[in-house]
Each structure stands twice: as structure tokens, then as C-alpha cells.
Design a protein around this ligand. Structure first.
Ligand SMILES: [Zn+2]
Length: 278
């Protein structure tokens, strides 16, 4: 076990969209370089609540962030705080909601996009705001630029845990619907950038999980219980033994799974890891 982990959150990328568009990731799974499962999210299937669920192993009803309109600092033990408490290092390339959740200072639109604070639960980061996004301008960073920022943070900060969060598929799904050429092509763009970054990150000694917070329906929305929004992919590059391929994973297990790969004990209340040690 390497003890170093990257989580890629492909915001709004449902299971069907990933399997149909992510030719690189699917090829890795076909070759045995990675494993891929279907995973079911908890609900409400919204971004902010799911970010906290992925990092705490709790339902929104338990961690308290049930709405994007109710974003605030996390009050629960989470993968960032537990990694730092274990004396390890954290980093992120992510939209500003993650700053709200895991950085203890207010968001400053003119300074917070570059973040370095050893005393913060996220110690090194490049954040982005997407301020002003709408139908005429998605205001999303290029996928390869996000991967480049993650690569620079890996080389400069040597994080044990790094989060890479891309919002572009969610944005185009809201604008054009989850059943649109625009959405599907953006899912492919994510896969295309990862095809160039993942080999570099693997060579740097990282295990990698690529998954989503939720999917996207044909109305260009998510939040409820439909399969389109609650079924997401879970790709894993690493040495642990997982359940058989037909098992549908439970999103609540992601936090404990990540901690186990970082050799950090889970805390009471977190659901169990998917993986046996290996
Ligand atoms: Zn969304």
C-alpha cells in the first residue's frame, strides 16, 4: 500500500455517462489496470451535501449540510481533518465550496484561489469560483489545466491526500441537460485529460479513486432519487482487494475507504471501507 491517495470528483457525471464516454477509464478497467463499480449516492443528491458525505461517511441529515444554499464549515471529522490530525499532508484543486467546507477563513475572491496554510485542514490548494456562470458562459477551467494544477501541487507540496474536483460536466448538464451532446462531450473531455495525468500520478506513487458526487437527469437537474442522479461510477487504481464487480457500492463507504488507503483509522459513525487491506 502506497499510503498516498488522489480522489477525483467528476461533478455531475452519472454511471451511464461515464461508462459510455470515459473510454480511457473504461479501457483501464478492461485491462485490469483499474477496477470499476457502480455506486449509489445518498440523497438529496446535491453537490455540497455530497462533498461532505464523501469526506465524512455520513448522510446529509447526519452531517447537517442538506442544501447548496446551506453551505458552511464542516463540523464533523472528515478525510481532510483526520489526515492532517494524523500528521499527514492535504491538498486540493477544487471549486470554492470546498474552501467553505474545510478552510477556516472566509472566501476572499481576490486572494483565496491560491491557498497555502499549514494550520488549515486543506494545507495547499488552487481554488476556482466559476463566478458568473450561466447559459452563455460556463466559466469552467479546462480539464487539463485542473490536472496541471494538481500535478504542480503534488510536485511542490507532496500531499498524502489530494482532491481534484471538476465541475464542468455538472455545469453543462444544467445548461443543456444530462441527455445532450454538450454534456456527454464534456464527460469525455474529463476522461481525455485524465488519460494524460493519471499515468504521471500513478508513477508518483498515488492510488487514485475517480467517482462523482451525483449524476444528471434529462431535465438538467439532480437532487432526488432517480437512477440517473443516484448511480455514479467508482474507478479505483490501487492494490486493495475490492468486492466483486457486480456489487453496487454505497457512497457512505467512500470516506472510510479513503482513510484505510491512507492508513488512518476511521472514526465512529463512518460506514465501513469497501476494501480489504492489500
Ligand atoms: Zn449540479
Amino acid at each position: 500500500m502506497s499510503g498516498k491517495l488522489i480522489l477525483v470528483i467528476m461533478d455531475g457525471v452519472g454511471f451511464g455517462a461515464a461508462v459510455s464516454q470515459c473510454g480511457y477509464l473504461e479501457g483501464c478497467a478492461a485491462l485490469g489496470q483499474a477496477r470499476r463499480w457502480k455506486m449509489r449516492t445518498v440523497t438529496p443528491s446535491l453537490s455540497g451535501p455530497m462533498y461532505e458525505t464523501l469526506h465524512t461517511g455520513l448522510w446529509p441529515h447526519e452531517h447537517g449540510i442538506t442544501s447548496n444554499e446551506g453551505m458552511r464549515r464542516s463540523t464533523m471529522p472528515n478525510v481532510f481533518s483526520l489526515t492532517r490530525a494524523a500528521g499527514k499532508r492535504t491538498a486540493a484543486v477544487a471549486q470554492s465550496y470546498f474552501h467553505t467546507l474545510y478552510v477556516d477563513t472566509p472566501w476572499d475572491p481576490l486572494r483565496s484561489i491560491e491557498h497555502a496554510d499549514e494550520n488549515s485542514d486543506i494545507q495547499a490548494a488552487r481554488f476556482y469560483s466559476m463566478e458568473g456562470y450561466g447559459p452563455i458562459n460556463a466559466v469552467a477551467p479546462a480539464e487539463i489545466d485542473l490536472c496541471a494544477q494538481a500535478t504542480l501541487l503534488i510536485e511542490r507540496s507532496a500531499p498524502d491526500y489530494l482532491l481534484l474536483h471538476t465541475c464542468s460536466a455538472d455545469t453543462l448538464g444544467h445548461t443543456y441537460s444530462g441527455d445532450s451532446a454538450e454534456y456527454r462531450k464534456q464527460v469525455w473531455h474529463i476522461d481525455n485529460a485524465l488519460s494524460r495525468a493519471l499515468p504521471i500520478w500513478r508513477a508518483a506513487g498515488y492510488e487514485i479513486i475517480a467517482t462523482a458526487d451525483h449524476g444528471m437527469n434529462a431535465d438538467g437537474w439532480h437532487g432526488g432519487t432517480e437512477h440517473m442522479v443516484t448511480e455514479v461510477p467508482f474507478y479505483y487504481f490501487g492494490s486493495a482487494k475490492g468486492p466483486d464487480a457486480a456489487t453496487v457500492l454505497d457512497q457512505l463507504g467512500v470516506a472510510a475507504t479513503m482513510l484505510s488507503r491512507l492508513s488512518i483509522p476511521a472514526v465512529e459513525g463512518m460506514r465501513e471501507s469497501f476494501f480489504a487491506e492489500g
